[in-house]
Write a protein that binds this ligand. Structure first.
Ligand code: FAD
Length: 419
């Protein structure tokens, strides 16, 4: 492929020779040569990693397409859901990336035309030289009969701003009691420890507020996921919440009947007053529409380039490598991809590693109480062409030090993204 800096320079020279300067995205460097256009889809953990990296490198004309007016973190937001912290603790403004020079378009991408290197929104067609996709996850509603009709009453709350609807359910439950169902699907899904953490923090509030009822934790897996966290999670559940949480492992949810407020599960009918069903997940339809993969985007490691298109990178939870679906991995892969794009723009040939290469680190936190958490670190390496190797390091049990570290990790990450 022709180096991008040569291509753009020649295009610019041709257009000036004809007396017309066609700089579709309008950003020219001091030398008068247009910078290559990088379009980033999704202003979450992955998208902000790549945007910040590209803005720091200064090599590209950066456009961020994100429908939300501000950012809200899923990590740590369980403290909001159970009423212990305001939502604003987990929200940040996008103003910083505007100030640093990104063009931000508050729209949803509807289509990607890879043949024309164009991204289509409701009102615009945006050309790109490089495209980075980090649109997160969609829920697979089809797996539970009756879910689609009940969607508005059964919020999942695993995407930004959906936490408000879950908070409403939790508030009502803590006052009225009854059965509160929380479910965990089979991996891969976003942040596997999160359903257990949510159950724990709600159970803690039940104890403190004297709520009469129970949490039914319906797990499609034989034990809490991923495997290395099963023991500390089960330890926390048994030692603190034996009277609040009933754990139903190896149980699938097949249907929901909102009229009867009843779930049909593989272990029989389960009546509920409130439910937070965490559905199986996949990449948003955009990824399939663009021919980048079926359930998840197929990427090459360690580069996160699409397996079918070298100008397209897919990072964060939408990509289908075995890396954990974690914000830390998403942000880290965004920074790495920004570096790679800046090097391609500078005309440097990619280094083709032959041995094992480090992949972005995963850091996850599962609060067991408001003040105690389990820390999960995942380091990964890959030999190109082989499956990555993951190594877990997990707190043997919940502790106060990890809860403090979790909050400072969150604040540090949000600062790196938008501070
Ligand atoms: C309860 C919970 C706890 C978690 N705890 C942790 C933790 O402790 N540590 C950790 O590392 N991770 C944690 N995670 C996981 C983390 O939130 C995700 O891994 C991370 O958000 C993935 O980043 P992303 O960029 O792929 O997606 P997101 O951060 O979801 O960003 C996707 C963005 O794309 C936008 N978008 C979607 N479709 C389009 C479109 N068509 N056009 C334009 N924009 C679009 C969305 O509006 C969104 O802003 C947790 C998740 C949950 C739910």
């Amino acid at each position: 492929m022709q180096p991008i800096h040569q291509l753009r320079r020649r295009q610019w020279l041709q257009s000036t020779a004809m007396g017309v300067v066609v700089l579709t995205s309008g950003c020219a460097s001091l030398s008068g040569v247009a910078k290559p256009r990088v379009v980033v889809v999704g202003g979450g953990w992955g998208g902000l990693g790549v945007v910040r990296g590209l803005l720091a490198a200064g090599a590209a004309d950066v456009t961020l397409i994100e429908p939300n007016e501000s950012f809200m973190s899923c990590p740590l937001s369980a403290h909001y859901i159970v009423g212990l912290q305001p939502a604003s603790d987990f929200q940040r403004s996008y103003v910083r990336v505007d100030q640093l020079g990104a063009r931000r378009i508050r729209e949803r991408v509807l289509e990607i035309d890879r043949a024309k290197q164009m991204v289509v929104t409701g009102t615009q067609r945006l050309p790109y030289d490089f495209l980075v996709l980090s649109p997160g996850v969609d829920y697979m509603e089809d797996g539970i009969q009756g879910y689609a009709e009940a969607r508005s009453q059964l919020p999942v709350g695993f995407r930004a701003f959906e936490q408000m609807a879950v908070r409403k359910q939790v508030d009502e439950f803590l006052v009225n009691g009854g059965n509160f169902v929380i479910s965990a699907p089979k991996p891969p899904y976003r942040c596997p420890p999160a359903p257990y953490e949510r159950a724990f923090l709600i159970a803690e509030q039940m104890k403190q507020r004297g709520t009469k009822g129970k949490i039914l934790l319906i797990d499609a897996n034989p034990n809490p996921m991923p495997m290395p966290i099963a023991q500390p999670i089960l330890k926390g559940m048994k030692s603190l919440y034996a009277n609040q949480i009933e754990y139903l492992p190896d149980t699938s949810i097949d249907a929901v009947d909102m009229g009867k407020r009843q779930l049909v599960t593989s272990s029989g009918a389960v009546p509920f007053a409130h439910a937070n069903l965490v559905l199986p997940m996949r990449a948003p339809a955009l990824i399939r529409q663009a021919g980048l993969g079926e359930r998840w985007a197929n990427v090459k490691l360690p580069s996160f380039q699409s397996q079918v298109d070298d100008r397209v990178y897919v990072i964060g939870d939408s990509q289908g490598s075995p890396l954990p679906k974690s914000g830390h991995v998403a942000f880290g892969s965004g920074r790495q991809v920004a570096e790679a794009i800046a090097e391609r723009i500078a005309g440097k040939s990619p280094v083709n590693p032959t041995g094992a290469v480090d992949l972005p680190l995963g850091i996850c936190w599962a609060n067991v109480t408001h003040k105690e958490a389990i820390n999960i670190n995942v380091s990964a390496t890959v030999v190109p062409g082989e499956a990555p190797k993951l190594k877990f390091s997990v707190d043997p049990e919940h502790n106060a030090r990890s809860a403090t570290a979790a909050m400072s990790w969150g604040n540090g990450m949000w600062k790196a993204m938008l501070g």
